[in-house]
Design a protein around this ligand. Structure first.
Ligand code: ADP
Length: 453
């Protein structure tokens, strides 16, 4: 493991709202920031406000935000001695983390070895099972080459099963199989897709859980052996495996149950020598948690945990990377109230097609318990090259009802013109009686959308 060093200038290898979020944390800690951007993002807010800004390539991410050589060169010429990868792009690329450290810089995240272990879902599941974290039952490793053996395995696990790519991510590279007769074709197709999308055809198989909730545990680990869990988030409201709205804590799950699984996650982190921020993702059904994967980076939905615990996760990432010990003990972490995040996307509210264009009006909400994380300003142009997230509205209240009420006021205040957004979807979800009850499963939103049309 490399030495953690002090640094005073951080290169932010990302764009959009998370780049601004990281820049704010750096500023708060007295660190200088280097913004690197594509030609399309030259007018971005964090670029304008950075201590140093550098264009590293044209709009397509492959030639800018994903260009390791350009990023390392940018760090060298600007004198940055640490790199924060944000989420997406290179944040979970183990080779990038290794290259950063090999260049004598600090990677603000876990070691390349941890990213590699968790980036392969088969090795991740093994490591978690060995560390005492409950996993979804399934093939205990890659699928065998013989289809007869795969059939036997699936029969043992029990249909329906889900065939998943070991190197998969972003909700791609998986297929649900309801019946043994469809298994062979599903395996062939998914392997082909996995090879194309991730350069790795290795597959595994799991029991397909039919009505689970997506519950995740945030962890923070320093390099002195302390691993903390910061409560749970419920991210069950998803469309095409993409999260739409998240909340903390998870409604209806007793704190003692969360504490038990949280402690397991923290213990697993100690076992694998994890450092920095991370998230354990679980499916939760009939009172049972089943690990599906770990994200080795800060997540889009981190603000709801910040709201409920009072811990600044991005500042903590920076301090951990500086070699500081976490200044808080597990017993001191308490959850206050309830927080909900609405991801605001520039997209058609019905077809969900991206809606790039120039934002002519951008009126943001405010008031007690409302936090807005966005890089957008009046006149900002939403580019077609990147994801369509243009902001996050986070509502915090003493109770879930208060958080919902505050968010409903906030969303009603918000005015966006020039592009379409999913604001209306969020308003309708917050007004939905079943959502208000809490605890919907991961298929609820799609069922609800289908009924609406
Ligand atoms: P990715 O890395 O692509 O996000 P995950 O393994 O986290 O893949 O799975 C993404 C989503 O797919 C989950 O949130 C869930 O909706 C669904 N999913 C994955 N595994 C299962 C399973 N065993 N049973 C039911 N749904 C699953």
């Amino acid at each position: 493991m490399s030495d953690r060093k002090r640094f005073d200038r951080v290169l932010i290898a990302n764009r959009g709202e998370i780049a601004l979020r990281i820049q704010r944390a750096c500023r708060q800690l007295g660190l200088e920031t280097v913004a690197v951007h594509s030609e399309a993002d030259a007018e971005s807010r964090h670029v304008r406000e950075a201590d140093v800004a550098l264009c590293i390539g044209p709009a397509p991410a492959g030639r800018s935000y994903l260009d390791t050589d350009a990023l390392l060169l940018a760090a060298r010429v600007t004198g940055a001695s640490a790199i924060h990868p944000g989420y997406g792009f290179l944040s979970e690329n183990a080779d990038f983390a290794d290259a950063v450290e090999a260049a004598g810089l600090t990677f603000i995240g876990p070691t390349g070895a941890s990213i590699r272990l968790m980036g392969d879902k088969i090795t991740a599941k093994r490591a978690m099972r060995d560390a005492g974290v409950p996993c979804v039952p399934g093939s205990d490793g890659p699928l065998p080459a013989s289809m007869d053996e795969v059939q036997a395995l699936a029969a043992e696990v029990g249909f329906p099963v889900i065939v998943k790519a070991s190197g998969g991510g972003g909700g791609r590279g998986m297929r649900v199989v309801w019946d043994a007769k469809d298994l062979a074709e599903a395996v062939t197709l998914t392997a082909k897709e996995a090879q194309q999308a991730f350069g790795n055809p290795t597959l595994y198989l799991e029991r397909f859980m039919q009505k689970p909730r997506h519950i995740e545990i945030q962890v923070l680990c320093d390099t002195h052996g302390t691993a903390l869990w910061l409560g749970a988030r419920d991210c069950s409201l998803q469309r095409r495996h993409q999260k739409v709205l998240e909340e903390a804590p998870a409604p209806g799950i007793p704190p003692a149950v969360i504490a038990q699984i949280g402690a397991r996650c923290a213990e697993a982190c100690r076992k694998i020598g994890y450092r920095g921020a991370g998230t354990f993702e679980f499916l939760y059904e009939d009172g049972i948690f089943a690990f599906i994967e770990m994200n080795t980076r800060v997540q889009v939905e981190h603000p709801i945990t910040e709201a409920t615990t009072g811990i600044d996760i991005v500042c903590a990432q920076l301090k951990i990377a500086q070699g500081e010990a976490l200044a808080i003990r597990q017993e001191e972490i308490v959850t206050h109230g309830h927080a909900i995040e609405c991801r605001i996307n520039a997209e058609d509210p019905f077809s969900f097609m991206p809606s790039p264009g120039t934002i002519s009006r951008w009126d943001l909400p405010g008031g007690p318990g409302i936090r807005v994380d966005t890089h957008v300003v009046d006149g900002y142009t939403v580019q077609p090259y990147y994801d369509s997230l243009i902001g996050k509205i986070i509502g915090h209240g003493a109770s879930r009802e208060e958080a919902i009420a505050r968010l409903r006021v906030a969303l009603a205040e918000m005015r966006v013109e020039g592009v379409s957004t999913n604001l209306r979807l969020h308003q309708d979800v917050l007004a939905d009686p079943r959502f208000q009850e809490g605890g919907v499963d991961i298929h609820y939103l799609e069922r609800w959308l289908a009924e609406r049309t």
